[in-house]
Write a protein of this length. Structure first.
Length: 596
């Protein structure tokens, strides 16, 4: 296996196993007898493509072994196993790769209907979710489902880790069956998650099963490409392309594996066909143990105070330290109170996200005897956690009116960020933070305070907040309009896009247009109104740096407007500034795939 662009081998395989499609063979229409064993040589290539990241590539070779464990009325069990795995890992530890190899070569079991449709999978209790997903993916995509009557073409609803899809089978000749995955009907296959969290689209799908005289699959050649949208807070999109070659079928008897599933019932867990969500606390605990191994508390706290560090993992080690050695938090607070290593320690306390870490940051932020810059650093530490604790969300609310203007401003900015991060789990606290910000914004009289509070509201973008920001885009003060435009960067909807487009093309103040362009950088997709606004700004804005910003965005989103290429060509030829002409020419070359 060749892997690039990801560091931990188990994490790398988790990403690919959740996204990739594997064409192999576990079942076919031939009669099943306990102890029947089929063994194929496997060559598998997978490419995972995700926006703004280098593609991750995998090549794996070995054997895929399928043994009939039991046959019952209308169904049967198979023991499935990868063996003789050959892969290399660039950038990962040898120990990690060997551990992954051993984990993937362990057997697991699957129960099928008599027609070859997969129903459930069975894994040892200690198999990690990422490994279950990979192995299950192999099993689900190996389904070769027979028709209920002799026919040359048939369709079947099958399941995989993403949901239910429609498959089309064609009997090309007596020894060849073609299978095409047509489309996903339901994408409801993530354990414990709402329906349609994953949306899958089939771009290409074809697998050729070559059969022997007994009806066994002797060879498989398949190619597949699937686009997937995963909504986990923020929408993520990626594509997977796979190619597989299965050959050299060997058949034998393995009578010692008859009843193997029944013999290990007490050691396994049975799952429906869904993508298993990983237990993040378990994953983090294992990672923390690795990070802390061989590092004393004293050494880590001392390293935190050094201006230059050689250990790139020190920030993560410090967070792990505060999670697993609570006494270290007391020592860290003492260091902070003497002015040492404040940024590294407050960030690590925030990322630790434990009650003790929250108490430490809270006491530092509220202590008016401490220097203001330390109190502000403590407040900023709260922003580091993606899932703030309930107690943490209450801290900035108490400091929104602090006597120190810097602490007061930081508390408001942090309040908005925490309202957004904690809204799903702590809606009441998020609502209180939004209400506190709105109350102070409506009462603010000077421009500086209103801008500070608008920026905080932009971090939140709660339902009650967005209309207030929208109204501020029409304020008479340039600074207010600019801050409002920037504050809309995280708000979603066509109305928001139209407001930003209007600011980019029509506002008389350059700083307002600049902040509206800044907000576009955060849009998950650049819609046609924004695309046309970018084209107009790139070609006609009187301010050079704004034309440059618009060209940069068009380069990133060339499909946002049908006029992008035409506009860039015109700019490259006619703009009055040589630097802008060069930038437009470079953008054209990049979009057209030519070297700059």
């Amino acid at each position: 296996m060749k892997v690039t662009n990801m560091q931990n081998p188990n994490f790398r395989f988790s990403r690919l196993s959740a996204a990739a499609v594997f064409w192999t063979v576990a079942a076919c229409a031939a009669q099943k007898h306990p102890g029947d064993q089929n063994r194929w040589s496997l060559d598998l290539r997978v490419r995972l493509e995700q926006a703004e990241q280098r593609p991750a590539q995998v090549r794996l070779s070995g054997h895929w072994v399928s043994t009939v464990s039991a046959v019952r009325a209308g169904e049967y069990d198979l023991q499935l196993q990868l063996s003789d795995l050959q892969f290399s890992d660039e950038g990962g530890s040898t120990a990690g790769v060997e551990q992954l190899r051993r984990a993937l070569e362990r057997p697991f079991w699957a129960t099928y209907r008599e027609n070859g449709e997969l129903m459930t999978v069975h894994f040892y209790k200690d198999v990690e979710p990422s490994q279950r997903n990979l192995l299950q993916m192999i099993a689900t995509e190996t389904q070769s489902v027979a028709p209920d009557a002799a026919r040359g073409v048939w369709t079947v609803l099958e399941r995989d880790g993403a949901g239910t899809y429609l498959a089309l089978y064609q009997q090309a000749d007596a020894r060849t069956v073609m299978k095409h995955k047509l489309k996903y009907i339901y994408t409801d296959g993530v354990a414990g998650a709402p329906a349609d969290m994953v949306r899958a689209f089939v771009d290409e799908s074809e697998v050729r099963f070559s059969l022997d005289a007994a009806g066994l699959v002797r060879e498989v050649n398949g190619a597949n490409r699937v686009r997937m949208d995963v909504v986990l807070g923020e929408k993520q999109s990626f594509s997977t392309a796979t190619a597989v070659h299965l050959s050299l079928l060997q058949t034998t008897k393995a009578e010692d594996l008859i009843g193997s599933l029944d013999r290990v019932r007490a050691e396994i867990v049975t799952f429906p066909v869904v993508t298993q969500r990983q237990d993040h606390s378990e994953i983090r605990a294992r990672k923390d143990e690795r990070l802390l191994q061989g590092h004393s508390t004293e050494d880590l706290l001392k390293a935190a105070g050094q201006s230059e560090i050689q250990d790139s993992e020190l920030p993560e080690r410090l967070s792990a330290l505060f999670r697993h050695r609570p006494d270290a938090i007391t020592s860290a607070v003492k260091l902070l109170q003497t002015g040492q290593a404040q940024t590294r320690l407050t960030i690590a306390l925030g990322r630790a996200a434990t009650p003790a870490a929250v108490d430490a940051l809270s006491s530092l932020a509220r202590d008016q005897e401490l220097p203001a810059h330390l109190r502000i650093e403590a407040l900023n530490g709260f922003v580091q956690t993606q899932r703030p604790l309930q107690d943490a969300m209450r801290v900035p609310l108490k400091l929104m009116d602090d006597p120190d203007s810097g602490v007061r401003s930081a508390a408001r900015i942090v309040a908005g960020a925490m309202a957004r991060a904690g809204r799903a789990e702590h809606p009441q606290e998020a609502e209180e933070l939004d209400s506190g910000l709105l109350e102070r914004y409506r009462a603010a009289e000077d421009v500086a305070s209103r801008c500070n509070l608008l920026a905080a509201l932009g971090n939140s973008v709660g339902a009650e907040v967005v209309p207030v920001i929208e109204k501020a885009t029409g304020d008479s003060q340039n600074a207010i309009r600019a801050t409002a435009a920037r504050a809309l960067r995280l708000a979603q909807g066509d109305a928001i896009d139209r407001l930003l487009a209007a600011a980019i093309t029509s506002d008389s103040a350059a700083n307002v247009r600049a902040d509206a362009l800044f907000a576009v950088r955060f849009r998950p997709a650049v819609t046609p109104p924004l695309g046309e606004a970018l084209v107009q700004a790139a070609t006609t804005d009187a301010v050079e740096y704004l034309r440059s910003d618009a060209i940069g965005l068009l380069r990133q989103h060339p499909d946002a407007s049908p006029h992008t290429l035409e506009a860039l060509k015109r700019i490259a030829e006619k703009d009055c500034k040589p630097a802008i002409r060069r930038q437009a020419a470079d953008a054209l070359e990049a979009i057209n795939g030519k070297p700059g």
